[in-house]
Design a protein around this ligand. Sequence first.
Ligand code: PLP
Length: 393
Amino acid sequence: NSRLSDRVNRVKPSLTLVITAKAAELRRAGRNIISLGAGEPDFGTPEHIKKAGIEAIEKEHTRYTAVDGIPELKDAIIAKFKRDNELDFEANQILVSSGGKQSFYNLCQGVLNDGDEVIIPAPYWVSYPDMALLAGGEPIIIEAGIEQGFKITAAQLEAAITPKTKMFVLNSPSNPTGAVYSAEELKAIGEVLKKHPNIIIASDDMYEHILLTDMPFTNILQVSPELTDRTVVLNGVSKAYSMTGWRIGYAGGPVDLIAAMRKVQSQSTSNPCSISQYASVEALDGPQECIQVMLTEFKKRHEFVVERINQIPGFKCIPAAGAFYAFMNVKDAMKMKGFSSDADFATAILEEVDVAAVPGSGFGSEGYLRISFATSMENLVEALNRIDRFMQA
Ligand code: PLP
């Protein structure tokens, strides 16, 4: 007899937010909290992109635009897909939304019926299962732990497929693990999907440009082009150009799926912010060196963080290939300290040594912690010293 909808009651509050709220509360109480929870680059938006935003205001680009995005931005997105991913899209195959988050939400609302199964590899980005649930879908989680490099195998995918499978979600580079699928791994996964023509593939390439090694980024369509008529590629400017607050994400895919997503958007938020759209044209068409500047810093921090974490008793961390997170196995550390839940473990670290990290259970993998290295080296050094002290105590 809740007065809320069954739909909303099916969804759980995010663990990430519980820790963030607790950190904020302690900070208000005067504690010197270091938060490693953030999912956004700590750099400013590059000057040339900000300038394009300011110019857009001055030129009065301040009104409604087409629901699916201004033609200039769609052109820039089409050129980007061609340049970076060898993918060909027409304007009616592109939808610009208010962040990558809305792109995935539109997709779920656009294709899922009640009871449709959505296969999601864990550790996963927190929002996938809940957005599937909100659309009536049923998340089917397949586990990929640290021992398999946080990547699912083609056999695991095959075993999870049922006649009710409607969608498969692929996120490489991954939030939270930083795992990147190689062309060979994607090809094997593509072979499985080829045998099941009714499955829609959501390829979330949000961290495409945040690469920490020499391994290149590959989109599944580059190795399995046969999947083109049922794959929606999701991307955005948030992470690559330090534009999280501008709220621009985009999708490229088959005409009917993009039309369904556009319909959902037309009856909810309409067009994404006009000013942000103009700034995003500059992000995609303008100089790309700003990405390298950020990457140089991320790589330095990543190297430090992985080495330092592995010196902490009971902590195990493998190098990431992309994104800006370290996802560490803390099962031994929890045992040493007598914790059976990673949420309690993260809360104890926060309360005792003032460091906020996100428990793995929030990403579908109990016994892990995620820290973001999108913060200064100084903060990282101090935070990991504190966690070390917590373990030694
Ligand atoms: N996809 C992944 C894997 C993410 O980590 C995020 C942000 O955290 C998004 C999509 C959505 O980003 P935004 O809505 O800020 O564009």
